[in-house]
Design a protein around this ligand. Structure first.
Ligand code: 4NP
Length: 159
């Protein structure tokens, strides 16, 4: 089983969208049982406030017919580094903050989601831009390319 943790600043917009988009993607490929997928924040304020997925992010998922469950924000913890195989931030600042929490990436598990595409770059935060569509399509693109990468590695995972 491949364990994937999506991470953003607040864990109420981008990373829960990525969590449910990727869950839907692998389910449609009949591979839900091969993955454990979760999401987390680099900050702690939404965990303290027990915030769920932001309404506009939920609306985006509903519009695109991506099923989701309620998800309460939680901050990434050091133990997550050992629990997950891939820890995927949305932007460079997320990666820096992830490393501040988990320590050095000795097992090369920490990436940006768009690192698996031809043009690695940040995924904008819709909490600030208000553009949930661009973020949604960037996340889908990143998830597709990440899945292609995993597929190429499949032989080694199955050993
Ligand atoms: P996210 O967006 O990192 O994509 O979940 C944010 C959501 C909330 C806040 C910041 C970013 N906030 O400051 O509460």
């Amino acid at each position: 089983m491949i364990k994937v943790l999506f991470v953003c600043l607040g864990n109420i917009c981008r990373s829960p969208m990525a969590e449910f988009i990727f869950k839907d993607m692998v389910a449609k490929k009949g591979m839900a049982k091969d993955f454990y997928i979760d999401s987390a924040a680099t900050s702690n304020y939404n965990e303290i406030d027990k915030e769920g997925i932001y309404e506009e992010a939920k609306n985006m998922l509903k519009e695109m017919k991506i099923p989701f469950n309620e998800h309460i924000s939680r901050q990434i913890r050091k133990e997550d580094y050992y629990k997950f195989d891939y820890i995927l931030g949305m932007e460079e600042k997320n990666v820096a903050n992830i490393l501040n929490i988990v320590g050095e990436d000795v097992e090369n598990k920490v990436f940006k989601l768009l690192d698996f595409t031809e043009k690695p770059r940040d995924i904008a935060d819709p909490w600030y831009t208000g553009d949930f569509y661009s973020t949604y399509y960037d996340i889908c693109y990143g998830c597709e390319k990440f899945f292609d990468y995993i597929k190429k590695m499949w032989y080694y995972y199955k050993k």
